[in-house]
Design a protein around this ligand. Structure first.
Ligand SMILES: *[C@@H]1O[C@H](CO)[C@@H](O)[C@H](O)[C@H]1NC(C)=O
Ligand SMILES: *[C@@H]1O[C@H](CO)[C@@H](O)[C@H](O)[C@H]1NC(C)=O
Length: 423
């Protein structure tokens, strides 16, 4: 569909919100956690640069920290919701064109650390650091100054946080932190001042901005200011596309009633833990959670499954069939190598009859092993949450989110336990 910009109106933040322009001190964005986000100045700035949005769309906040677009008017499916011109967007390839050799040099470090797949994100990170360093001279200053200062991502968590999380969540969060450390090392060769290159607060903030606000468009990473404010939904109202020129278009993917939040998908909604580790929020509408069989990871991989296959379901305590396969394979490997081989061949060969026979024959063992795991995880969850509760909130501000995550997992595990005990 051709985008019809005429259906959009310029943003009029002034008419719907009262705010005044503050005379900002010269220099870089103040990253102190107590600074309030200046979101409405940013909306005005965006309008000045030609960002357009459908009538009725406006930024909203319930808590003064999280701001997101919602619509006060009905928007029919297929119609445009927002347009951000390429003058404002960050893309990985634009960064490469702008920074060339100095960027390539840093990227080589990442490639040596085996992080080729992080190169597009690194280019966005690099651009953010460059614009941050320019302070008020940066055309993006109002956008930078509107962004959150505090993040709950894995990259922002400490080892004390990881100690209070189930192993899979801790592993994902720790990977985010390691990515950040690698970015921090790689940018050391960049053309920035020592003050910036040595300042972990600045670099971590830039990493969190790049990670949480960019979208993947077929290998290219893109941030489109204002269109970066859509929240995640398991159900979505909006789809974003970016053309080769770097222009960004958001369309209504369904009929959107007046009064609705406008949400996009940040990733697979079936298990909330990967989104939790990456973005630092808990999607409680997720239907399930990884069954936490981290100690059976090699069995999972041998059978050709991923973490996303091994789910416990929130609503009814259901267990995905792959979980039973992995647990039985684990049981057989420990007790009867011949049977393990036979079962393995049935699973990878898709021989459902033979598979079912193994499951029938060994059901009491599978059940016992799974019960042991569920009961053990429930005890661990209580232990982790007790530990999190013992931390001082002033030094560990992410405790509430960790407790919320563990409570979500516990609730699911309790339902699975009830289900399993009756089987
Ligand atoms: C790092 O930058 C932040 C934000 O500008 C600043 O508040 C802090 O003092 C800096 N830290 C150091 C060690 O320079
Ligand atoms: C940054 O903001 C904090 C909180 O508003 C304030 O106390 C501090 O003086 C500011 N720093 C600078 C360098 O303006």
């Amino acid at each position: 569909m051709k985008f019809n910009a005429l259906l959009l109106v310029g943003i009029s933040a002034k008419s719907t919100h009262s705010f005044s322009y503050r005379a900002l001190p010269a220099g870089t964005v103040n990253l102190s956690s107590s600074v309030e986000r200046d979101v409405y100045t940013m909306a005005d700035w965006a309008a000045g640069y030609g960002v357009q949005q459908a009538e009725g769309v406006q930024l909203t906040s319930y808590d003064g920290r999280d701001y997101f677009p919602m619509t006060q008017s009905y928007i029919p499916a297929g119609s445009p919701v927002m347009y951000v011109p390429s003058d404002l967007t960050f893309t990985s390839s634009k960064s490469m064109r702008e920074f060339g050799a100095s960027l390539s040099q840093c990227e080589n470090q990442l490639i040596q650390a085996n992080l080729q797949d992080k190169v597009p994100l690194f280019r966005i990170f690099f651009k953010i650091v460059a614009e941050y360093e320019k302070g008020e001279e940066s055309p993006w200053y109002p956008w930078l100054n509107s962004l959150p200062r505090i993040y709950n991502t894995g990259a922002s968590m400490s080892y004390a946080c990881f100690d209070c999380l189930p192993p899979y969540a801790a592993y994902l969060a720790l990977s985010e932190r390691q990515n950040f450390v690698n970015f921090q090392k790689a940018i050391r060769n960049g053309p920035f001042s020592e003050e910036i290159l040595k300042n972990v607060t600045v670099l971590k903030w830039a990493y969190n901005v790049a990670l949480t606000r960019s979208i993947d468009m077929g290998g290219e990473r893109v941030i489109a200011p204002l269109a970066d404010m859509f929240n995640h939904g398991a159900e979505t109202e909006v789809e974003i596309s970016v053309d080769g020129n770097g222009d960004c278009y958001a369309y209504a993917s369904v009929d959107i009633p007046a009064g609705s939040p406008l949400r996009v998908s940040y990733g697979d909604p079936t298990d909330p833990t990967p989104l939790f580790a990456k973005y630092g929020f808990l999607d409680e509408s997720s239907p399930g959670t990884f069954c936490k069989l981290m100690h059976m990871r090699s069995e999972m991989e041998a059978l050709g499954y991923t973490f996303a296959n091994l789910l416990f379901y929130q609503e009814n305590g259901g267990i995905s069939p792959e979980v039973f396969d992995v647990v039985l394979y684990h049981v057989l490997l420990e007790s009867d190598g011949g049977a393990a081989d036979g079962f393995y061949r049935a699973v990878v060969g898709g021989d459902e009859n033979t598979k079912a026979q193994y499951h029938d024959q060994y059901w009491p063992y599978t059940k016992e092993e799974l019960q042991k795991h569920v009961d053990g995880t429930l005890r661990d969850l209580d232990r982790w949450s007790t530990k999190a509760n013992s931390y001082d909130l002033n030094t560990h501000p992410r405790v509430p989110l960790i407790l919320q995550h563990n409570a979500f997992v516990k609730e699911t595990f309790l339902r699975v336990k009830a289900n399993l005990d009756m089987m």
